[in-house]
Design a binder for this molecule. Structure first.
Ligand code: NAD
Length: 271
């Protein structure tokens, strides 16, 4: 039980990778606060943890909203008093239908052995609202939770923060300029905060997964998924268990000498 007596908060814990991390931390003894913007999803993960005899509480909130995030922290700190592990995982991927259609056409050209000729148009047609919402969820959300978590961790002089980045942030993902920018920002934020708090015994790292089989990828068209697989030397999507294992490693004492790093389980997509 690597996390006996530890208190963790996992954002976006109602689905996919966050749910697997929350379940994994709870299975190894942590008390887990499960955040999600969808209250029913957070409650469902809590129910699954409790069914496995773990301890958890649902703390629904939109992490893009600083006030709502502060309220969420106040709520679970009132009950559990401390925070040892923060996993900034909440995220979303938006793609306009015309960009998906353009991607399909592009994939068709590539499959036919031709160079693509038409614009994807993801950046040239990006609406302000989509751009800002993507950055708000990922970058503001990670900042809001880290700010509140550090108030506790700096006082305790210990803590682990794990930020969910992506290969989009290390290599760029065509068709998702907002998402790629947000994930790149999360990586730079991770490195900056890691340097800031290292002397206090707090480690801050990022995970940059490749393509993982979760509801987030449902927006991709079949041709986009096929292209992602073709660019992944291991030839398959990753599983949420594989990303949860990386997160639990970074949260555990074995990783105490690791800070400011980007661990990228990506099936060889980026080598
Ligand atoms: P998912 O859609 O299964 O889960 C994301 C969860 O975050 C959802 O339950 C959603 O309700 C929640 N969420 C969204 N916006 C929120 C907000 N503002 N506040 C609180 N909760 C919010 O997706 P996933 O694949 O498990 O993604 C988890 C993280 O991993 C994301 O940061 C994503 O960008 C990242 N990631 C995913 C992949 C992949 O291929 N699936 C690859 C790299 C990185």
């Amino acid at each position: 039980m690597r996390f006996e007596g530890k208190v963790a908060l996992v954002t976006g814990g109602g689905s996919g990778i966050g749910r697997a991390i929350a379940l994994g931390l709870a299975a190894e003894g942590a008390l887990v606060a499960v955040n999600d913007i969808r209250p029913e999803a957070a409650a469902d993960t809590v129910a699954a943890i409790e069914a496995a005899h773990g301890r958890a509480m649902a703390v629904p909130a939109d992490v893009a909203d600083g006030r709502a995030t502060l309220k969420m922290f106040t709520r679970f700190l009132t009950t559990w008093n401390t925070l040892d592990i923060l996993v900034n995982n909440a995220g979303a991927l938006f793609m306009a239908p015309h960009v998906i259609a353009a991607f399909e056409a592009m994939a068709g050209e590539v499959q036919a052995g031709r160079r693509p000729t038409q614009p994807l148009g993801a950046t040239s047609t990006m609406e302000d609202g989509v751009w800002r919402r993507t950055l708000a969820i990922h970058v503001d959300g990670t900042f809001h939770c880290t700010r509140e978590a550090l108030k506790v961790m700096e006082a305790c002089r210990r803590g682990k923060i794990i930020n969910m980045a992506s290969v989009a942030g290390t290599s760029g993902l065509a068709g998702a300029p907002d998402y790629s920018a947000a994930k790149g920002a999360i990586i730079a934020f991770t490195k900056s905060v890691a340097k800031e708090v290292a002397h206090l015994g707090i480690q801050v790292n990022a995970i940059a997964p490749g393509f993982i089989d979760t509801p987030l990828l449902e927006i991709l068209s079949p041709a986009m998924t096929a292209m992602a697989l073709a660019q992944t030397p291991l030839g398959r999507l990753g599983t949420v268990a594989e990303i949860a294992a990386a997160a639990l490693y970074l949260a555990a004492p074995e990783a105490d000498f690791i800070t400011g790093q980007v661990l990228s389980p990506n099936g060889g997509y980026v080598i």
